[in-house]
Every structure is written in structure tokens, then in C-alpha cells.
Design a protein around this ligand. Structure first.
Ligand code: HEM
Length: 173
């Protein structure tokens, strides 16, 4: 079932919601885009996939004890963090530049969950730089597992912004 959260202008004006009545509320077109294709959507796939890869490599290390899985987890956690920063930069630029995105509480909720994720990804990688094999059990594995839960929440919530509120979907200027 399709659910529309964004009231049309007349409904917004009559609802009495001061935020929904703002003219900027409906200016939600992406500005961080290449030929109308949003950069944030292009960059988020990498940290999502690499967060899962780090957890998978940790599980294989736990199961096999083979050093190569700890090495793989070092790389997966590091690239998850660096691509996560890139996604954070494109998302934050979009948030600050687009009035209809900036004015919605849901956008800031996504920002807070994403910053928690980036903190976890940085912690996960930083610990491994001081000894990639000893860092895995138990804390590396636990942090990777928690990061998977938080990346699911971040991606799911980001999807809500696009599919429920239609943020950043139309071609920009
Ligand atoms: C840290 C600051 C971040 C901000 C301010 C932010 C902001 C946004 C905004 C405004 C959207 C709506 C679409 C758009 O305007 O481009 C969005 C969508 C999304 N975000 Fe973020 N984001 C951030 C970080 C992240 C991170 C780190 C991830 C995942 C690792 C992520 C995952 C997503 C996903 C999956 C979508 C839906 C994309 C689509 O389906 O097209 N975001 N985000």
C-alpha cells in the first residue's frame, strides 16, 4: 500500500502545521547531483556493502582462525569508514543546501543515526590498525555486528526519506 506523508500545499496550509505551511517545505529537489543523478544515492551502496563484508570476515575468522580473514576485515572496515565519510559528506551537503530537506525533522533523524554509524565504523577500523588479528575477538566482532544493525537502520531510514517524503528525487537546477 502506498503511503503519502507529504501533504499537498492546500492540505498543509489547512492542517495548521507551521512547518508544512512553509513555502520551502516543497523544495526537495536534489542539488548534490551529476546530471540530475543524486550523489548521495550513488555513494551509500559502498559503506552499506562493506559494513556487511567486515562482519562476514570477522565471522569467518572466528570460525576458521585463519589470519587472512582478519586482514580482510581490516580492509573491509577501513573502506567502509572511508566510503561512509564520503556518503556523509554528500548527504550533509544535500541536507544543508536543500530547504525542503533541511526543514524536515526526519532528515535530521537520519543524520543522527548516520553519525552513530560513522562513529562505529571509525572505531572498528581504528582498533584494527593497532593489531588487526588481536582486535577481532571479541570486540571487533561485536562492533562489526552492531554496525550491521545500525547500517540497516540508516539505510532503511534513508529509503523512507526518498520513498515516503520524496526527498532528493527530482532533477536539480
Ligand atoms: C552523515 C550524514 C548523512 C546525511 C545528512 C544524509 C542525508 C540523506 C538525505 C537528505 C537523503 C534523501 C535523499 C537525498 O536527498 O539524497 C538520504 C538518503 C539515503 N541515505 Fe543518507 N545521509 C547521511 C549519511 C548516510 C550514510 C552514512 C548512509 C549509509 C551508509 C546513508 C544511507 C542512505 C540511503 C540508503 C538513502 C536512500 C537513498 C535512495 O534510495 O536513493 N546515509 N540521506
Amino acid at each position: 500500500m502506498t503511503q503519502t506523508k507529504d501533504p499537498v500545499p492546500d492540505e498543509a496550509a489547512s492542517s495548521g502545521d507551521p512547518i508544512a505551511s512553509e513555502p520551502a517545505f516543497h523544495q526537495t529537489e536534489t542539488r548534490m547531483a551529476i546530471m540530475g543523478h543524486p550523489l548521495h544515492a550513488m555513494t551509500v551502496a559502498f559503506p552499506v556493502a562493506l559494513t556487511f563484508c567486515a562482519f562476514g570476515a570477522d565471522l569467518f575468522y572466528w570460525w576458521s582462525g585463519e589470519e587472512r580473514w582478519a586482514w580482510a576485515a581490516l580492509w573491509a572496515s577501513g573502506t567502509a569508514f572511508l566510503f561512509g565519510l564520503l556518503a556523509g559528506i554528500t548527504g550533509t551537503a544535500e541536507l544543508l543546501m536543500v530547504p525542503g530537506i533541511r526543514i524536515r525533522a526526519a532528515s535530521w533523524t537520519h543524520f543522527v543515526i548516520a553519525v552513530l554509524l560513522l562513529s562505529l565504523l571509525g572505531l572498528n577500523w581504528g582498533r584494527r590498525l593497532q593489531g588487526y588479528e588481536t582486535a577481532v575477538l571479541p570486540w571487533g566482532l561485536l562492533i562489526s555486528g552492531f554496525a550491521v544493525l545500525v547500517v540497516i537502520a540508516t539505510g532503511w531510514h534513508g529509503g523512507k526519506l526518498v520513498f515516503d517524503y520524496r526527498l532528493g528525487t527530482s532533477k536539480g537546477n
